[in-house]
Design a protein around this ligand. Sequence first.
Ligand code: GTP
Ligand code: MG
Ligand code: NA
Length: 338
Amino acid sequence: PKEGEENLRSPICCIMGHVDTGKTKLLDCIRGTNVQEGEAGGITQQIGATYFPAENIRERTRELKADAKLKVPGLLVIDTPGHESFTNLRSRGSSLCDLAILVVDIMHGLEPQTIESLNLLRMRDTEFIVALNKVDRLYGWKTCKNAPIVKAMKQQTKDVVNEFNMRLTGIITQFKEQGLNTELYYKNKEMGETFSIVPTSAITGEGIPDLLLLLVNWAQKTMVEKLTYVDDVQCTVLEVKVIEGHGTTIDVVLVNGVLHEGDQIVGPIVTTIRALLTPHPMKELRVKGTYVHHKEIKAAQGIKITAQGLEHAIAGTALHVIGPDDDIEAIKEQAMED
Ligand code: GTP
Ligand code: MG
Ligand code: NA
């Protein structure tokens, strides 16, 4: 960065909520992909990661004319499963992120895993934005493809607006019962104390520009210290999996620092990074596709690592890199304690 400019890494945003509220579909809508339809039973069963470069965010938020001055290089979004049996994966996702999107189905309101997710986020004091999804299911909703939500609301009949307001009020009350103040984001004058709600549709795209802009602005405004890049490697294993042609690989989230091909890593076995792979920008790490090879990668990123012995790696643990002056035994011991 130039002198006087902040050296920020991409914020890591976790998307959480009850099963089938539309978490993966929202990401599909932003990516222009079809990951959700390829999932067995339409259920997410792994943690995913997608990198959104700043230029794509700028493009997608242009209509809001907010002159989004993007100081972050991009946004790394972690997808989590909403099914009740995956509490461990929700916990892993929420422990990694700087901020979160909590997705609520406007037709269902708060559900058991909404509340579970909410409590995981509160436990770690993680800020989040509520995406009130599936607004296109309001009876008589008029599609305004990818429009900012205020513009889309202006196109709706009085009946649609009434149903929207009734459901919104009910959901604000449900949040209140959980001890949380929430408000439509464009009416929220005290962000930080009152959590913002962004109405969205993952199918027709209304509210998506608002969601992206709010996330990035909020991160840049309130998390500068947390997002200031540091060289110390901070890296967590998301998943351990066998990939045809690569053997056992690990998917990791690099929160800070740089990884290089050939780096010696411990987690918990000592091995050498053979290949550093990422999906293309705006593609899901957990979906098999073509990978981009890197000599080195700077945080924050979702990365697939290939190396020998990775079948011993453990999802959810930290990955340590051995520097030239490091004591391998000490790092090994530390890795065993994780
Ligand atoms: P899990 O990861 O399994 O917890 O589910 P999810 O929250 O990722 O939801 P998913 O993206 O799998 O969507 C569930 C279903 O809701 C799918 O059939 C989607 O097509 C549908 N859906 C998601 N978002 C919307 C939306 O905004 N509007 C409408 N009408 N349907 C939606
Ligand atoms: Mg999903
Ligand atoms: Na689903």
